[in-house]
Design a protein around this ligand. Sequence first.
Ligand code: VG1
Ligand code: CO
Length: 544
Amino acid sequence: MEPKVVATQPFPGQRPGTSGLRKKVRVFQQPGYLENFVQAIFDTQKELTGGALVLGGDGRFYNRTAIQIILRMAAANGVAKVLVGRGGILSTPAASHLIRKYGSQGGIVLSASHNPGGPDEDFGIKFNAANGGPASETITEAIYRRTQNLNRYRILDAADLDLDTLGVGQVGKMRVEIMDPVADYADLMASLFDFEAIRRLFASGHFRMKLDAMHAVTGPYAIEILENRLGAPGGTVMNGIPLEDFGGGHPDPNLAHAQELVALCQGPEGLDFGAASDGDGDRNMILGRDFFVTPSDSLAVLAANAHLVPGYADGIVGVARSMPTSQAADRVAKRLGIACYETPTGWKFFGNLLDAGRITLCGEESFGSGSDHVREKDGLWAILFWLNLLADRQEAVADIVQNHWRRYGRNFYTRHDYEGVDAPAAEALMDRLRTLLPTLPGKWLGDFKVAYADDFAYTDPVDASRSESQGIRIGLEGDSRLIFRLSGTGTQGATLRLYLESYEPDPTRHGQETQEALAPLIIIANELAQIQTRTGRAAPDVIT
Ligand code: VG1
Ligand code: CO
C-alpha cells in the first residue's frame, strides 16, 4: 500500500493557543483542515518517523473520525507504532503518562478540554513531546509556521481500524496497539497515594462523597479507581459515561457549571467531599460541605501537606504557579524554604521546571494542579491527593483550609470572565492598559498604592527562552493584585479575564464572602480598564 500524496492549501489561523489548536467542529471538518495541522506535526517533529506515538482524546464528537485520519496519516508518514486508548479514549494526564512510561516520541491528544462538544461545538488537537508535556512555544511556533506553507499531506488509503477491541493491529506497515486507557494510570495513582487509608475512609461509613465526571473522559478512570480499587460505593461517580456532547453540558468543573454537585454538598446533610473534573480530565474542583476550595488555595494546601502523602513523603523541592494564580502557594514555599516560580498561563511552561527537577508541585487558578508524576495537570490526581489528606487528617475539608489560612493568612481570590467579547474591542482595552503601565507605579487607585505594573514576560530559567506579553499585572501594596489577560483557548470572539487577589492576615476577617472582600478591587479594576464602556458588559459572564 503506497501512501497517497494529497495536494492542499494552507489555512489561516492554525496557531495553537494556550493548549493546542481549538476551533469549531465545522472548521475541523473542512477537507484538509485537520490533515494540514497533523502533517505540520509530522513535518516538524522528525523523531516521530520510525518512532512511536500515543494517540487518544476526550471522546467528544469527531474524536473517532479524527483518530482514524491520524492513524492513516501516521502510517503514511513512517511512524512505526501508535498506542491508542480503547474507543479512542485517553485523558490528558493518562496520555502524558503513557508517553513517558512507554518512551514514545510524542503524543497527539484530541480535546477542547472544558469547551462544550457536539457537531456545532468545539474540537481541539494538541501535540505533546517525548517528556509527556504540552509542546513548548518553540515547537508550536514551528508547527504553525509549517501550516502556513504546506501544499501536500500524506495519507494511506486504508480501512478504518476497530478501536474498541484491545490488541494489536496494523495500518499499512505501522503497528497499532489498542490499549486499556485506564490500567497504567490507575497503577500510577496507586504508587503515589495511600490507597489503604483511603479504602478505610470509604469503609468507615462516615464519609460521603461524589465525583462529577460531567459525562467527560474522567468517568472510566474514576469508576475504576474509586469504586473498583478503593471500595467507594457504586454511584460515587456521577455522570460517569463519556458522551460525545457531554450530555449537552459544559464540562467545566466550576461553581457555574457543576451546579448539581454543588447542591449535593450544601446543608447539614451535604456531602463531606465533592469533586469534579473537566472534558479531558486535567482539571479538578474540590468542595467540602458548604465549602468551595479555590484552586489557588488547593495548590497551597497540597504543598503544605505533601509530606503526608506517600509519593511526596520525602518533601517537595519547589513549587510553581501561573502568574494569575494567587500567591497563597508562595507563602507555603517560603515557610518550607523551597523555590517558588511564577510562570505564564498554560501547562507547557511547567515542563522544563519539572524535567530539571526544580519543582515537584505546580498549579493554576483555572482548576489545575499537578506534580512531577506526569507533565500535564491532573484532575483525578488532585482529587486523590485530597482524599489522602482527608483520610490522614480526619478533618473536614473546610477545617483543613481554614486552619491553613490561620497559619499563612488568606489570599482572597476571584476571576471574572467576560466571554465572547468583540475581539478588536478587547485588544484595544488591553493596548490601552499597556500604555498606562509606566504611569501607574506610585499612583493611588482608590485606597491602594500601586507597587509595580508590567506586561508579564517570562524567561525560562532552564532554557532561557523568552515569552512576552503574558498578561497585565498590577501589584498593589499589601500584596493585592489586579491582572488582565485575554484567553487563548476560546473559539468565538475574545474572552477577557480579570483576576483579583487580596491578602488578609487577620483571622477574624477570614470569614468574609469573597466578592465582598474583593469589592473595592473589583471597582478599581473595572474603572481602570473601562470594562463596561469598552466591552458593553455591565457584569462578567462567569465568576469563579
Ligand atoms: C485556560 C486557563 C489556563 C489553562 C488553559 C488550558 O487558558 O486559563 O490556565 O492552562 O485554559 O486548560 P486561557 O488561555 O483560556 O485563559 V484545559 O483544561 O482547557 O486544557
Ligand atoms: Co482540560
